[in-house]
Each structure stands twice: as C-alpha cells, then as structure tokens.
Design a binder for this molecule. Structure first.
Ligand SMILES: [Zn+2]
Length: 210
C-alpha cells in the first residue's frame, strides 16, 4: 500500500497557501494523551472560524495549514462525498474576510477547515525514526523530541483503512491513501503538494549527530 503526505503551507510551486485565523478565531486546548499527559496535536481552531486566506501566488484546493489542519475547497468536499472518501472530520466552513495576496476574494469560492485523526502507527525502525526517548507511550506513541527520520513507514496492520489519517508517534504529518491521491489526480484538483511517504524525511538532527 502506498501512502502520501499532504504538503503545506509552502506548496510545490514555492508559494504559500494557508489560513490565518489571526485574532478573529479563538483556539482551544491541545488534545492530551490520557496515558502520558503529552499534547499530541497543536491548538485547534474553535468555530466559528473566520480569517484570511494566504495566497502568495496561487490558489489550491487542498493544503495543510500552519496549524496542521486541512484547508479544503468546496469542490474538494463535494468530490470526497461523492467518492466516499473517509477520514476528514468535522470540516468547518470558513468565513473568509479577505485574501493576503494578489487574488480577488470573489474568485476564490468557499473553503473549509478539517482535521484528521490517528489511523495508523509508525514503524519506528523502518522509518529510521530517532527520538530522545526509546520507549514510546503505548497509547499515543510519544517518545520525547523527534530528532529526525529518513522516511515515513506505517505498520500496515495498524492502518484502519481511512483515506485521511495521522500517524501515532509522528505528530503533524497528514497522510493520504493512494485512492485519494488518484482521485485528486483524476479530478485535477489543485493540491499544494503530495510527497510519497518513502521520500518524506526529516533528517535534520539525526544526520548532524551521525
Ligand atoms: Zn501518550
């Protein structure tokens, strides 16, 4: 099974595409693991969601935001519904106040902000994952600071089959199943970026430490 990782907010053409809730939208508490007490995601936006669309140069249908949520166009939401795409939870309609960039608000259409949930566990060894602790929390996968990894490999037996999911033990990475990648391609949806999981790495500290 092939998996991909959603890019953003810096997209494949080098431009930024993001949502900025500024002071217009409040944030809630970060979800915490009830076993180890660590936060396993960033602070979520609390509806009603209003703010600015950040579009340096281009407008995309699908992107990961700075807040590690999924920014998705109305056309995408409809396509996901039509094709039974699963795993994007509670997409909330955004009240767009303007566009930070050379794009007219009237032309961008409606956007939603959705989130994904744990759908697989990381294969720490196959991924080359290095963390400051060696024993991950059995509930959330937390193992101290992530020092780096060479690729993203999930334990396939732990994947629950959802098209959108996040990985226990690798917070902030939004995974996309091959079926969803193919749908985006087939419908020519403008995706900020999709990187094959085996090519997605974060080797910044592991390499410097050898
Ligand atoms: Zn935990």
């Amino acid at each position: 099974m092939n998996f991909f990782i959603l890019g953003g907010p810096i997209c494949s053409d080098g431009s930024e595409f993001d949502f900025d809730g500024g002071d217009w939208t409040s944030v809630g508490d970060a979800p915490r693991c009830d076993a180890c007490g660590n936060a396993y995601a960033l602070l979520p936006f609390v509806p009603p969601i209003r703010g600015m669309l950040v579009a340096d140069r281009s407008v995309f249908d699908l992107s990961q935001t700075t807040g590690r949520e999924v920014l998705v166009s109305e056309g995408c939401i409809r396509a996901f519904g039509d094709h039974g795409i699963r795993g994007l939870f509670q997409p909330e309609r955004i009240e767009l106040l303007g566009v930070d960039g050379p794009v007219d608000l009237k032309t961008v259409g409606t956007y939603f902000l959705g989130r994904v949930d744990w759908g697989a566990e990381i294969d720490r060894i196959a991924s080359g994952l290095k963390t400051t602790q060696t024993q991950p929390c059995p509930k959330c996968g937390f193992a101290g600071l992530i020092e780096g990894y060479d690729r993203v490999v999930v334990i396939e037996a732990t994947w629950d089959g959802r098209d959108w999911f996040s990985v226990k033990g690798l917070p902030g990475v939004i995974m996309v199943a091959e079926r969803l990648r193919n749908l985006c391609r087939g419908l020519k949806l403008r995706v900020c970026g999709l990187t094959p999981a085996e090519e997605y790495s974060a080797p910044w500290l592991s390499k410097s430490k050898g």
